[in-house]
Write a protein that binds this ligand. Sequence first.
Ligand code: FEC
Length: 305
Amino acid sequence: MPGNPMSETALLVMAYGTPAGPEAIEPYYTHIRRGLPPPQDLLEELTARYAAIGGSSPLLEITRAQAAGLARRVPETTAFVGQKHAPPFIEDAVADIVASGIDRACGVVLAPHYSTMSIEQYKTRARNAFEEQGWDGHFDFVDSWHLERGFITFLAQRVREAIDELPPAARAEAVVLFTAHSLPERILTTGDPYPSQLRETAEAVAAEAGLTRWDIAWQSAGRTKDPWIGPDILDVIDGLARDGVPGAVICPCGFVADHLEVLYDVDIEAAGRAEVAGIHLVRTSSPNDDPVFLDALAAAVARAT
Ligand code: FEC
């Protein structure tokens, strides 16, 4: 709870959200599908993915640690955690901010790249919730922080460490793949900055780490009939193998925590594909609540508050 509500800023720290346990998977998936319950086969498939990473995702715990770390770094702030698709929802966090008497808030999403189909939805949900609660405070928002200097340096360091984990013979010709969650291709028709922001992060990290062999790829495309932005990471791994590339590093820079899309889609699915294709694959370790990462994110938040 805040010290003095008059001088405090509420940090509304938002993340995708995760089901609290197996019984919460169906309502979670239904929420992601905008109220449409998933067909049985998709529900079973998602349940199996959570089972494969140990039954549940550590995302909420990490989000809370990241939020607490941010509040410690940005003076006179109190953090409130809101999830997009599971309790505590963004609206719950907004209700807590309003109840606290704080009249300034700054929203930040724990994902670096802006899209109308991701960050903008968080922002709209938060704005609407403040409005519905009749709050007349001041609300700032960090739209994207994909080129935050400290974040780039942090990733460059993690990429160098990951390259060193490859067998020595595979290092020189290894390719670094920067990935983010795919989105439906229709965002491309409206000039959405999401793909170019991923490329900008990748270029900046590659320059700082001195990489010559790198590319971007997309992961975790949804199970829908829409075409999703590609190339998909699994196809890229196959292509590298066909070209005789001995090793690859995946840097999932569109995410900042260990969760299903990293622990399953990269560590199990992509790693399995690389094994079959005969390529050595390593992943950069996730930012989570690493102090260097949190310093970088806090710098972006401090500028916006
Ligand atoms: O660990 C966990 O329990 C949750 C991991 C998780 C993160 C995450 C991040 C993003 N998503 C984004 C876009 C979409 C779109 C759809 C979609 C669907 C899912 C499903 C699961 C899921 N997402 Fe996710 N996402 C995570 C988990 N996501 C589970 C449902 C099953 C499936 O399709 O795999 C498709 C929705 C639809 O049906 O229309 C679109 C984006 C991000 C990165 C930005 C952010 O974190 O908000 C973009 C973490």
